[in-house]
Design a protein around this ligand. Structure first.
Ligand SMILES: Cc1ncc(COP(=O)(O)O)c(C=O)c1O
Length: 281
């Protein structure tokens, strides 16, 4: 899927910085290469040489000198390549997104590391919102989301939720003021995206059942809007739904923001090799 129609003119005008591209090239080069192209600090001058972190079960994680030099050096903007491929494997094992198999022009799954979900949210909103755009939000909403959205001058359409999260009929009613064809017009007024917290929503604590996600996803396709899925609480569910857990139907039309903070849980998840497609939420 081509996302250009959703992106603001400012965002579309951005080009990758040549320095960041050179950094990526340097990372793939042999250590003997002395690059005079980009300004990389001499790692021998870095103040921290090694580090050791002990986690609550007593396991120690050690950063030797080489790793420390790597960690403190400039790297590619999306994240250190090894971390990105670990995260891709993690997403594949956990959620099996169909987009992982897509070609880049079909909208292949991409990952970018940010300092938490909040930074991801701010980046996504800036990338998508022009003043006056209509956007959909399930309420009551996380105050950090409102704080990021309000200064951007969009028109926030609040949707109702109950004990199972966002009510599809409330979304249907909000969309009924437009015809689906209007979403294809260049100066579309139809909503650009729906923001939702599908697991353990903040502040309500509700989680969307699979059937609702499916219904909401179908409306996103019909009215051509994105689903911004903020998912910082996936690992905090009391009734753990493991193995093949569909995100928002795991197709394109959704962008996902995860927070990784529950180390042990994540370690267990990455070891799962045999997904059971019957278990969905
Ligand atoms: C729904 C929601 N999104 C995002 C965040 C921010 O997450 P992070 O700490 O990963 O930036 C929070 C934190 O409370 C939250 O509740």
């Amino acid at each position: 899927m081509n996302y250009t129609r959703f992106i603001t003119a400012v965002s579309a005008a951005r080009k990758p910085s040549p320095i960041r591209l050179l950094t990526e090239l340097m990372q793939k080069s042999p250590p003997s290469l002395i690059s005079l192209a980009g300004g990389a600090p001499n790692p021998n001058t870095f103040p921290f040489k090694t580090a050791k972190i002990t986690i609550d079960d007593g396991t120690a994680i050690e950063f030797g000198e080489d790793l420390m030099k790597r960690a403190l050096q400039y790297s590619a903007s999306a994240g250190i390549p090894e971390l990105l491929s670990w995260l891709k494997k993690f997403q594949n094992n956990l959620h099996k997104p169909l987009t992982a198999e897509f070609s880049p022009d079909q909208g292949q799954m991409e990952i970018c590391v940010t300092t938490g979900s909040q930074e991801g949210l701010c980046k996504v909103f800036e990338m998508l919102i022009n003043p006056g755009d209509n956007i959909l939000l399930d309420t009551p909403a996380y105050p950090g989301t409102l704080a990021a959205l309000r200064p951007l001058g969009c028109n926030i359409i609040g949707l109702r939720s109950d004990q199972d999260g966002l009510i599809p009929d409330s979304l249907r009613a909000a969309l009924s003021r437009w015809r689906p064809e209007e979403a294809q017009k260049p100066n579309r007024q139809t909503p650009k995206f729906l923001y939702t917290v599908p697991n353990g929503s903040n502040p309500t604590g509700t989680s969307l059942p699979y059937e609702r996600k499916k219904e909401i996803y179908e409306m996103a396709r019909k009215y051509d809007f994105l689903i911004i899925e903020d998912d910082p609480y996936y690992f905090l569910q009391f009734n753990k739904v493991r193995y093949h857990v569909c995100l928002f139907y795991s197709q394109n039309y959704f962008w996902n923001l995860d927070s990784l903070f529950a180390g042990k849980e994540i370690e267990e998840e990455i070891q799962i090799n045999t997904p059971k497609p019957s278990q969905k939420n």
